[in-house]
Design a protein around this ligand. Sequence first.
Ligand code: 26V
Length: 820
Amino acid sequence: FRAYSHSEIARDAATIKNSVVMHLTATFLRTPASIDSTHAYLASAFSVRDRLLQRWNLTNEFHDRIGAKRVYYMSLEFLVGRTFDNALLALQLRDEYAGVLGDVGFRLEDVIDEERDAALGNGGLGRLAACYVDSLACMNYPGWGYGLRYRYGMFQQQIINGYQVEAPDCWLDTPNPWEFPRPDVTYPVKFYGRLEHVPGSAHRYRWVSDVVYDAMAFDMPVPGYGTTNVGNIRLWSCKTNGLFDLNKFNAGDYAGATGGQVAAQILTDVLYPNDNTNEGKELRLRQEYLFCSATLQDIVARFKRTGRPLSELPDMAAIQLNDTHPTLGIPELMRILLDDEGLEWDEAWDITTRTFAFTNHTVLPEAMEKWPVPMMDRILPRHMGIIYDINLFFLQRVEKQFPDDRGLLRDISIIEESSPQQVRMAFLACVGSHRVNGVAAIHSDIIKQSIFKDFVRVMGEDKFVNKTNGVAPRRWMNECNPAMSELITEVVGDRSWINDLSKVRALEARVDDEAFRRRWWAAKQANKRRLADYILATTGIRVSPDALFDVQAKRIHEYKRQLMNILSVIYRYHRLKEMAPAERARELPRVVVFAGKAAAGYWVAKQVIKLINAVAEVVNADDEIGDVLKVVFVPDYSVTAAEHIVPASDISQHISTAGTEASGTSNMKFVLNGGIILGTVDGANIEIGEEVGEEQIFFFGCLAHEVADFRHYLRFHQPKPDPALQTAFDMIQRGTFGDAHIFQPLIDSILRGGDVYLLSVDFPSYIEAHKAVEEAYRHRDDWVTKSILSVARMAKFSSDRAIQEYAEEIWNIEPVPVVE
Ligand code: 26V
């Protein structure tokens, strides 16, 4: 028996056709007469999967054989989206499969649309994790993602009567070609129970419990573009470790006999769709622990197969914590090293802190994870004990360094002295890691001055670093924007830019080439027509591709200020209504596109969606207005929807209150597709502006360092809306968009609620910025220049750059191209 080698993977049309037909008939029991689009997709996906599997095996055998150090990216979220097209492009088999599918009567585009998104994430944080494993694979870094296999991913959003209505995302109801069940990779995970001290030891305990669940692995391959390397996301699914309760079964209690199954299964049933608010739910804590325990057991087991002593774990494994959600990995590794392996505290702690590093993704206080000590003590008694000891040793050290500073000890303690006491997970992650990073330059500065201020004093500045986010050019350029990608390939001379974005600089040399500029514009127009079709299909609204496409697509949240956007649309509508028809006809036609989900329990955000839809309904039906202004709310925003929306923007809005958006990543995607940003001086907008040049970005609004004073003032004084904002309020209150009282709370959040996100402060400069955008768009020549120069200068925002920085400065791992 010999494993397939890369060179044996047949790529010719006949072999591919054979494998597709084999899956059609043998895997899916179809006859030539009963092939439909669904089965054309499934059969070709399974055929691609066979090819990926061979490479997957080669990759992992190779990394084992050479004893490569691996990085493990631990994340409760992986917002992967679709895989089929991505895999076809990576394997460079797209044309071959298009041909084979054409032979049996299907268009590749239609077949691609049969796939459902893997939506195992909320938004930016989850999509970042997916881009990072893509970059690891493409750059030949040995590394895996670890996550949870939720049975229901991010809910589906329906818009009914203008309101968001949530429906479950049953993505596993159809066969999923992109996962490989690994029943042999299963670990027991304990909950509750009691502790027995091991006599003669200082820190060794036996944890006795009869609540034990099993975590079983499912592997999702991550195709590397143009390389043999295939990465992996290992996702855990929970079940009981007993078959069922035989006593109950024999007594005729069939439901009771399987009750344990049901209790276990709910642990990985559903993704928490509540990004940026911590609810402190017990089920979430158990979910996080199941994830951390299975992952750390798997990592330690793989390490032990090398036969090396445990002291060398940090030389073989780097673990990155994607926010605080996987922080229990730290006490879990300590538990394994102390209780299972019998190490002494100091050695275990040294190994642990050298292995872990931690990324912070938000400064919003309501998003900070804290767990009540009594809850943690009940569910995870051993971990609570370990956290107490970690805290004790840490505070002893602080005390020595800063004697008699009781305030400091209270402020820096991992245990918050509230009632009940709470475990501050960000502090635990910080103490247990050798590096802490923010996700954009401004954000990394802010966390050093706010949440981790005391830690900078105690642990030194060098522990706190910046790693500006990035996005994968494979999905966010090559896959979603073939028209623009063809132009780039022509300028660069080949497709090497897809794995080396610095080559896109070559576009600058063509910025004055008239023929090229026309084709650049035509590519954007084609993408706008495609989005217009998508909008028609999903909303029934007809929009003109000749209008300026103005897009805000992201989670609905007060700090992101979709409310400010729709208020400016209302003001624009008012102005248009005041104009004489001839004057109106000279206005720049505009399509304002919104997309995004609100957390199910976030009432204000849901009212914003209702307001957007109410405005859309009135404006779009107004014959006087016609194509001069259209307002669209695209339902059910997702990775796949983004792939339609992002390439079609002329401008996109990233308008968070300064200092609140840690980075943003869609800002990068829009600019990489030739769109221009209208945004605040916040997150990665700032660095994008630095790279593309100030001519290529429209900034407005107050600065992060001004926010505290404005907020303080507005706590005690009612804001005085400027005339434009007042006009928008008046229109709403007059009932122009239906029942005024349902929108009054939104107005009150500004006028009476302290205007925490400073809409009244930024509104005038926002309106001015809109005027500047319009003026610029009317000069089409200058606009095309901005668009081309922007794309040319965006290399920094490839996730490949970000991953290389992590690899070199935090993980200490090296690329190793797979050789047979
Ligand atoms: C918090 C919680 C609290 C517990 C329940 C589930 C849950 C899920 C997510 C979060 C934290 C969200 C933090 C986050 O998504 N940050 C975003 O990270 C992006 C990638 O770094 C960044 O671009 C965005 O600016 C930032 O908001």
